[in-house]
Design a protein around this ligand. Sequence first.
Ligand SMILES: Cc1cc2nc3c(=O)[nH]c(=O)nc-3n(C[C@H](O)[C@H](O)[C@H](O)COP(=O)(O)O)c2cc1C
Length: 196
Amino acid sequence: MPGNADKSSIELLITRRSMVAAKMTEPGPNDAELNTIIEAGLRVPDHGRIGPWRIQIIRKEAQEKLGELFGELFKKDNPDAPDDLVEFNRARPSRAPILLAITFHPDSERYAKVPHSEQILSVGACCQNLLNGAHALGYVAQWLTEWPAYHSEVKKALGHDADTEIAGFIYIGSAAEAPEERQRVPAENVISEWTG
Ligand SMILES: Cc1cc2nc3c(=O)[nH]c(=O)nc-3n(C[C@H](O)[C@H](O)[C@H](O)COP(=O)(O)O)c2cc1C
């Protein structure tokens, strides 16, 4: 298992940052590590125990197949696009050793007690915990939607209805170099104290 075992839980949380998927390298998490990352992803607040998230694991061979579809769709939707751009889109799903597709499956019959917004927040929490889980095991990850998350043919190919929302694709791999720090929204812009 690569680095980060020496970091405290709070250090892990405050040092996580995304690595651009295109810069990810092998190795990705092995099966046991991936199970642990997913276990973290499922350990999220979920009002009413609805479980509105689904996680699909997309490994190398399947990434290639998904990439073929991305390339075809991109060309169809952008008939004048140059070949290198089509190839860029074909290669999208293969950028990292492991790709996860996270989808949102709300229970609308429970909206009176657990509104749609609460259910989708739980999917966001799932994605975030997947990122943190990967980081805790010393891997890098990135949560991307890009156009494929909103394309009905992509949803169909993954086995979902057109109205299923893809919350994101999470790419997980190793870092050839540490990601550069990113400027954050200043804490003072978002924190205030309410004193009554
Ligand atoms: C729902 C969601 C979708 C995102 N989709 C994209 C995307 O399509 N392209 C992109 O460059 N970043 C996207 N991001 C941002 C990256 O995941 C990431 O937050 C960004 O690269 C900054 O890295 P950080 O996690 O270190 O702040 C998305 C973030 C969220 C929460």
